[in-house]
Design a protein around this ligand. Structure first.
Ligand code: ZN
Ligand code: ZN
Length: 329
């Protein structure tokens, strides 16, 4: 069950408050209790499941995100090649404007694109200001001991967090000033580094997405929200090899005599030099497949395409062939 399916099952909108959700849940439990509702005894179980899932989802939304293609690790070295400056200062001048997307270009050699690799990346992002917890505010207390001076009390009821106005001071006289650390912007610019796994068979134009590793968007009921980071792949072309789907292709020049007689050649592949046998009577554009030398995770091949070279002066050859025909008639 996904959070969306759970909301549908309980027939409530996703922005429903914790209180209303609980109310609806109790209603449904009453209506579909197996003692009363004999038509579908599983209904009660499903309602329970859906309620538990939404409660968990609201506390741990990241658990329900699709799988992250990149793996993060702390790396001490900063690869300057991948350093980008997006000029946040200009792009996000107003707190209400959505923060810019972060896109990072990662350049790969041909071998890295076929075999996969890990790349260290570094970028600037707007992280949540820790001092004000992303609110941009510095609160000056009112001296009330019922709410530590902040006018609101937070209660945790069975995993659902509620905030309510303090009953003792009614939330009066709580001044809200700008946070000095972030100047009320809610975010602080930081340099972030990480390592990304580039999958085998990556091609120019491919995009990897790092979920929630980008700019701080704001706080919501579901927790802190961050943009994704997009990693754009660019592959430096190889002089003799090219990648198509999961196979690597290269050409092999042979003479007409070699094509007629057969021969063997050494071929450069991504996985080292391999020897191929060209059988007698081979033709131009014939393909010879070398297994396990393409994109390995997809059982790709290295495919050698024969390029038969004809001699400069064909007259001698034509003469020989004509003689041969006369002799055999
Ligand atoms: Zn702040
Ligand atoms: Zn109070």
């Amino acid at each position: 069950m996904t959070p969306k399916e759970a909301y549908n099952l309980l027939d409530v909108p996703s922005e429903i408050s914790g209180d209303d959700l609980k109310k609806k849940y109790k209603e449904l439990c009453f209506k579909y209790h197996p003692d009363k509702y004999k038509k579908d005894p599983d209904k009660f179980k499903k309602i329970n499941e859906a309620y538990q899932l939404i409660t968990d989802y609201r506390q741990n939304p990241q658990k329900y995100e699709p799988k992250n293609p990149g793996v993060w690790a702390n790396v001490p070295d900063i690869a300057q090649d991948f350093f980008i400056n997006l000029g946040f200062e200009n792009e996000w001048s107003q707190p209400s404007a959505p923060p810019p997307q972060i896109r990072i270009l990662v350049e790969l050699s041909f071998h890295e694109s076929v075999m996969g690799c890990t790349k260290d990346i570094t970028y600037k992002r707007l992280n949540k200001c820790k001092t004000c917890d992303g609110t941009g505010l510095k609160k000056t207390g009112n001296g009330c001991d019922g709410c530590d001076g902040f006018g609101r009390v937070t209660t945790n009821s069975r995993g659902v967090i509620f905030q309510s106005v303090c009953t003792k001071c009614s939330g009066r006289d709580v001044a809200q000033n700008k946070c000095e650390e972030c100047n009320g912007n809610r975010y602080i610019e930081e340099t972030r580094t990480g390592t990304v796994n580039i999958p085998q068979g990556s091609k120019s134009g491919d995009t990897l997405r790092l979920l929630r590793e980008g700019n701080f968007v704001g706080k919501s009921f579901f927790g802190d929200s961050y943009t994704d980071v997009f990693i754009n792949v660019k592959v430096t072309p190889h002089t003799t090899m090219r990648l198509e789907e999961s196979n690597v292709y290269s050409n092999c020049k042979i003479t007409l005599l070699e094509a007629l007689e057969g021969t063997s050649k050494e071929i450069e592949t991504v996985y080292g030099v391999k020897k191929i046998t060209i059988k007698s009577g081979s033709r131009h554009s014939d393909q010879i497949k070398i297994p396990n030398c393409g994109v390995k995770s997809k059982n790709g091949w290295h495919i050698v395409q024969l390029d038969v070279q004809y001699p400069e002066d064909l007259n001698v050859l034509i003469g020989v062939l004509k003689d041969g025909i006369h002799n055999s008639v």
